[in-house]
Design a protein around this ligand. Structure first.
Ligand code: ATP
Length: 312
């Protein structure tokens, strides 16, 4: 089952009146992956998640869940989904335990010990007998996660887990999701309008804007993109590339379409590169250091997509 596809979203589009909420959207999720979907407000994340979970039944394109494509198979296989898209309805006067017990019976989960296990898993064992109305937002969200896991789903679909939480709640929920990802076999699809929220959680990232997928990268690729590097502009990039390889023994560089050279090798000083170029009669017209931070990168990606909307 390793790397088997749990979810396939093929060419899915959804329109609300004139509003194109999702456009020719493709996404594959493999078993064990934690896929983070990031995009600004109105990008289409909730629409995507609602389609996957069956809350929005009318759309164009295909959806395959645990191998099933047809309506009956999708309905059946949605049993293996745990979803948190809207706040679940908990009874304020009942304790966390009583609330979960209510849903355990309602959803036909036989294992009576499940509630205690879940409360421990989400870090609410000590407050299990406390009334829901006295819970902080972070505690409420952790209880919502416990509920989503009550039937031991295989895929957790979680829309904006930290939305509306205060900083302490954000940390609590982020830590819990990291723990779940580490300690369980869950496959997780999670969204956020803040890419850095997903940074230490997801194994793969999908960037969405205006209903379209505008970029996709793995955790490793993200780390590479965030590496700092030196940017050079010279009059002869072929010769410069040759010098980097022969004189400075590095292949950790790229020549961009704009004729810039980006050198990623952390063992080489910018001054050595510049000296080598100048000594070999290259004309150096630009030298700078580039270091991306995650939010800048995200804003660049989503703003570029906005300005280049027609061609993406
Ligand atoms: N039920 C609806 N009726 C009309 N328009 C809708 C509906 N649901 C979503 N939209 C529109 O579709 C687009 C995508 O919305 P969606 O809620 O999927 O985005 P999102 O990425 O989840 O945003 P947010 O981070 O604000 O929740 C938006 O322009 C939104 O206004």
């Amino acid at each position: 089952m390793k790397n088997s596809l749990v979810l396939e979203v093929n060419n899915v589009s959804k329109q609300y009146g004139k509003q194109q909420a999702l456009e020719h959207f493709n996404l594959n999720v493999n078993k064990g992956e934690i896929v983070g979907v990031a995009g600004p407000n109105g990008a289409g994340k909730t629409t995507l998640f609602r389609i996957i979970t069956g809350m929005t039944p009318i759309y164009d394109g295909d959806l395959k869940l645990f191998g099933s494509l047809d309506a009956a198979g999708l309905r059946e296989n949605r049993k293996y989904l745990g979803t948190i898209i809207e706040d679940p309805a908990f009874f304020p006067e009942m304790s966390a335990k009583q609330n979960l017990e209510f849903y355990r019976i309602q959803r036909g989960v036989k294992d009576k010990n499940r509630i205690d296990k879940l409360l421990t898993l989400v870090g609410l064992a000590d407050v299990g007998n406390k009334k829901f109305k006295g819970f902080s937002l972070g505690m409420k969200q952790r209880l919502a996660i416990a509920l989503a896991l009550i039937h031991e789903p295989e895929l957790l679909v979680f829309d904006e887990p930290t939305n509306g939480l205060d900083p302490a709640g954000i940390i609590q929920v982020r830590k819990l999701l990291q723990k779940l990802a580490k300690e369980t076999n869950l496959t997780i699809l999670v969204s956020s309008h803040i890419l850095s929220e997903l940074e230490n959680l997801a194994t793969r990232f999908v960037i969405v804007n205006h209903g379209k997928k505008i970029d996709e990268f793995t955790k490793e690729e993200l780390q590479e993109r965030l590496q700092s590097y030196f940017k050079f502009k010279v009059d002869d990039t072929d010769r410069a590339s040759q010098l980097l390889e022969t004189e400075l023994n590095t292949t950790e560089f790229e020549v961009t379409a704009e004729g810039m050279i980006h050198v990623f090798d952390p063992n080489i000083e910018a001054s050595d590169i510049a000296d080598t170029f100048v000594k070999n009669n290259l004309k150096l017209s630009h030298l700078s250091r580039n270091s991306h931070n995650l939010e800048e990168m995200f804003i660049n990606l989503t703003e570029e997509a906005h300005f280049n909307d027609e061609i993406i």
